[in-house]
Design a binder for this molecule. Structure first.
Ligand SMILES: NC(=O)C1=CN([C@@H]2O[C@H](COP(=O)(O)OP(=O)(O)OC[C@H]3O[C@@H](n4cnc5c(N)ncnc54)[C@H](OP(=O)(O)O)[C@@H]3O)[C@@H](O)[C@H]2O)[C@@H](O)CC1
Ligand SMILES: [K+]
Length: 580
């Protein structure tokens, strides 16, 4: 897994490196700018070549002759690549000046637009600005919108990790006008304008991924037909960050807008070539669940977990029990049961009221059905210690019986997933649930269920939107602590936290986005997959992480058109691709 950091943690890392004497702030800025330029040419190698000379207007293949009514365009002479670099007043802007200078040194035509000159608070940025001017560069200010001609590259170095207060909507609007102008010019000149953000798309919080924009700023105005901030500015093609990715690249709007992310190492920060370990003790860091590279094969954390399980417990794959509600509502439990079976639980049973047995029996083959006589029946079946995983919630119903079933299940102290109705049933008295939970449980709420169990945290999260830095990570961590068990807060930015502060993100964003996973029953399958892993002996955190990761991989592997039933059936293909 890769470690993600907050803005404060990144500053601490940077500070520690500078204090160690290994590197100066200015050197770091130079390396950051170099990293951005490297990333640009890695991503678009065609930009590293000179634009070919176009033959003069006369002769074959030249421009349309004037006789056809259009004046001949002056397309003679060598064409250079063009870049516009937008620089802000802090160190992110400083990185922008380095990028501008390095591109100019490679023969590019570069224009720099400056929001405000860096002040005393950012001496390294001041130095890089001076170096840009000494290299013959010029600087325009934001009230001079004189298009220089279509750029091939728009570099966003306005705000980075230092943005802590919202930007006025008027400023955001100005960005949009600039961008539209340049994009239009690029289209007219048949160039393609690529957009690159330095560190993080400007205006996003590096901690929460929220858009920090002050919609109510009195200087701002909403133009007619305003398409929304996201539509234009943050939709960058490439984001280049340094040393470690930040939480804001994966959470909230940050996840949606960070389409492609490259992490560039700033050597000299106390270690050399791996962003996976942090050089100084960084309290409370968050891990991104993702494939790791082992030799020449991409293998995932999941791969290692499975291999370990195969070696350690070869003949013991556990028995998962999925509880179902009344007749006519059994589909969700059957989906969960199928997920548990496909992920490798040795046995899976659907436990249901006697009157629902027939409904299940006609639909299930490899999965067993057991009619249970209410809470008493559940207690009885749980005397069988070979049942190692329990799932309650999908289709269980919101009646009083649900609370009793949850109580009996939790008293049995097996690996237990509570989802859907098993969470919502405790809306009025979440503390009653929290008192019963143990450390081998996983709660899997979506946004609505989270708000029912943790209303104050959900409110805080909503209230902070667009203005500050309380993030889904903070809320999930607090929830896990309060509940005393693992909480998996669903979304494209699924956050998983344990009561001891461990936290990870399963991001289905960027090139891992699976919008087709938002389909009825997908959550039930996830609950079942995690249950299957608990039954196999995974601890709660690993089961939640592994289940969430495989759930997205199954959706990616299947592709659009997916329905919930497809998810378990796709797992064997995912396992094969992982080399399991
Ligand atoms: N960490 C590392 O290892 C390295 C970090 N590096 C780079 O440094 C970046 C962080 O730099 P940073 O801390 O100077 O902050 P930055 O993101 O430029 O923005 C803050 C500026 O914007 C201003 N401002 C804020 N809000 C505003 C508003 N609403 N409207 C208008 N202005 C507003 C704010 O003003 P202030 O709040 O101080 O008054 C301040 O001037 C980081 O992202 C990376 O690119 C690399 O160079 C080297 C290695
Ligand atoms: K930026």
């Amino acid at each position: 897994m890769t470690e993600l950091v907050t803005a404060a943690q990144m500053r601490a890392i940077e500070q520690a490196a500078i204090e160690s004497g290994e590197v100066t702030g200015l050197e770091l800025m130079e390396r950051a700018g170099q990293g951005v330029v490297e990333a640009i040419f890695e991503e678009w190698p065609e930009l590293d070549m000179e634009v070919p000379d176009v033959p003069a207007a006369s002769g074959e293949g030249g421009a349309a002759p004037a006789a056809q009514g259009r004046p001949p365009r002056d397309i003679s002479g060598p064409k250079k690549h063009r870049a516009v670099v937008l620089c802000g007043p802090g160190n992110n802007g400083g990185d922008g000046f380095v990028v501008a200078r390095l591109l100019k040194a490679r023969g590019w035509e570069v224009s720099v637009w400056e929001l405000a000159a860096p002040g005393e608070g950012a001496p390294d940025a001041v130095a890089c600005r001076v170096a840009w001017l000494e290299a013959g560069g010029t600087i325009s200010t934001w009230d001079e919108i004189e298009p220089l001609g279509a750029p091939d590259l728009l570099v966003d170095a306005v705000f980075g990790t230092g943005l802590t207060r919202p930007i006025p909507v008027a400023l955001a609007n100005m960005f949009r006008l600039f961008r539209d102008d340049w994009e239009g010019a690029a289209r007219r000149e048949r160039r393609k304008m690529r957009r690159v953000s330095v560190d993080i798309p400007s205006g996003l919080s590096a901690d929460s991924g929220e858009i920090l924009i002050d919609w109510e700023d009195e200087r701002g105005e909403f133009p007619e037909g305003w398409p929304g901030f996201m539509d234009w500015y943050f939709d960058t093609d490439l984001t280049v960050t340094f040393h470690n990715a930040k939480l804001g690249h994966f959470l909230g709007a940050g996840g949606e807008s960070t389409r492609k992310l490259k992490v560039k190492l700033l050597r000299g920060l106390g270690f050399t070539d791996s962003p996976r370990e942090l050089p100084v003790s960084v309290e409370g860091h968050v891990r991104l669940i993702e494939p790791v590279f082992h030799g020449h094969r991409a293998r995932s954390d999941v791969w290692f977990s499975f291999v370990n399980k195969h070696h350690g417990h070869k003949f013991n794959h556990g028995h998962a029990l999925v509880m179902s509600g009344p007749p006519g509502q059994g589909g969700a439990a059957r989906l969960a049961a199928r997920g548990a079976l496909r992920i490798g639980a040795g046995l899976v049973t659907v436990g249901c009221p006697m009157r629902a047995v027939t409904e299940h029996a006609v639909q299930l083959t490899a999965i067993m059905v057991k009619g249970l006589d209410g809470t008493h029946g559940l207690g009885e079946i749980l005397e069988d210690k070979r049942i190692t995983g329990l799932c309650l919630g999908p289709g269980l119903g919101l009646g009083p019986a649900t609370a009793d079933l949850v109580r009996i299940a939790l008293e049995a102290k097996r690996g237990t997933v509570l989802d859907a109705d098993a969470l919502s049933r405790f809306q009025r008295k979440p503390d009653v649930l929290f008192d019963m939970l143990h450390d081998n449980c996983v709660l899997t709420p979506h946004g609505g269920e989270f708000a029912r169990l943790f209303p104050d945290l959900a409110e805080r999260l909503d209230a902070q939107e667009n203005t500050a830095t309380y993030s889904k990570v903070d809320a999930t961590r607090e929830a896990a602590k309060r509940a005393g068990c693992v909480v998996l807060f669903k979304g494209a930015d699924t956050v998983i936290a344990a009561p001891d502060g461990r936290c990870s993100i399963n991001a289905a964003v960027g090139d891992r986005a699976v919008p087709w996973l938002a389909t009825a029953g997908a959550g039930d399958v996830l609950a079942g997959m995690i249950t299957g892993l608990l039954a196999r002996g995974f601890d709660a955190m690993s089961a939640a992480e592994t289940g969430a990761w495989l759930h997205v991989e199954a959706a990616r592997s299947f592709g659009p058109g997916l329905i919930a039933e497809d998810l378990p059936e796709e797992l064997p293909k995912v396992f094969r691709a992982l080399g399991l």
